[in-house]
Design a protein around this ligand. Structure first.
Ligand code: GSH
Length: 217
């Protein structure tokens, strides 16, 4: 198959790309990279040749001879290279910028500080307990969701930006999944929860969910 996605079932960044591929109705080969087993397969020499960042996802498009990391770059590439079916970013510059802003609120300001390697580092270097790690995640997700809720208030419809699924929803759904996993109280964020529920009514989102991946345990 010409499209390949190296990912991990619970990785929110991999989850984003799976949603985008499904919305675009693109067939792809899913290659699991276990983030915990064997000391973390993302750190293997073989995987580092593909992605020196030691993170998933990595996406390969053999048709275009391109290997990409960074989920947002991958998704924007898919949107431009495969314009059929659905556009994940709006047509007009102002709308597009706002959707990117919402997506980056999650992908740049929430997810990186709650990533596995950050949590491992605070455990190792600062002896944080499991409870303290949970509090850390709760703090950053709550801060981020407060900001996001304020920003989506005026323009959210069925989805984060009006009535069309966009890159913003693609980032919101995996982040909510992750928040639930860490026990974040979502009752404070009804609009985000509603968007999550509306997205999960769509097959593209359901099929991308962690539990539906071949490497889910
Ligand atoms: N900015 C990157 C983030 C990638 C990332 O943080 N991936 C996580 C899983 S969601 C990972 O591979 N973590 C492995 C580790 O922390 O060792 C993207 O959007 O693709």
């Amino acid at each position: 198959m010409s499209l390949k996605l190296y990912g991990y079932w619970r990785s929110s960044a991999s989850y984003r790309v799976r949603i985008a591929l499904n919305l675009k109705q693109l067939d792809y080969e899913y290659i699991p990279v276990h983030l915990v087993n064997n000391g973390g397969e993302q750190k293997s020499e073989e995987y580092q040749r593909l992605n020196p960042s030691k993170l998933v996802p990595t996406f390969v498009d053999d048709n275009a001879d391109i290997t990409l990391s960074q989920s947002l770059a991958i998704i924007e590439y898919l949107d431009e290279q495969y314009p059929e079916h659905i556009q994940l970013l709006p047509k007009h510059a102002q709308d597009r910028a706002r959707v990117r802003m919402l997506a980056q609120d999650i992908a740049c300001d929430i997810q990186p500080v709650t990533n596995l390697r950050v949590l491992n580092k605070i455990k190792l270097d600062h002896h944080a307990s499991d409870e303290q790690v949970k509090q850390w995640v709760d703090y950053w997700v709550t801060e981020g969701f407060k900001a996001l809720s304020a920003k989506i208030k005026t323009r959210a419809g069925k989805f984060a930006y009006g009535y069309q699924v966009s890159l913003a929803d693609i980032c919101i759904v995996p982040q909510v999944y992750n928040a639930q996993r860490f026990g974040v109280d979502m009752s404070a964020f009804p609009m985000i929860q509603k968007i999550y529920n509306n997205c999960l009514a769509l097959e593209a989102f359901q099929n991308a969910s962690p539990e539906n991946q071949s490497d889910a345990t």
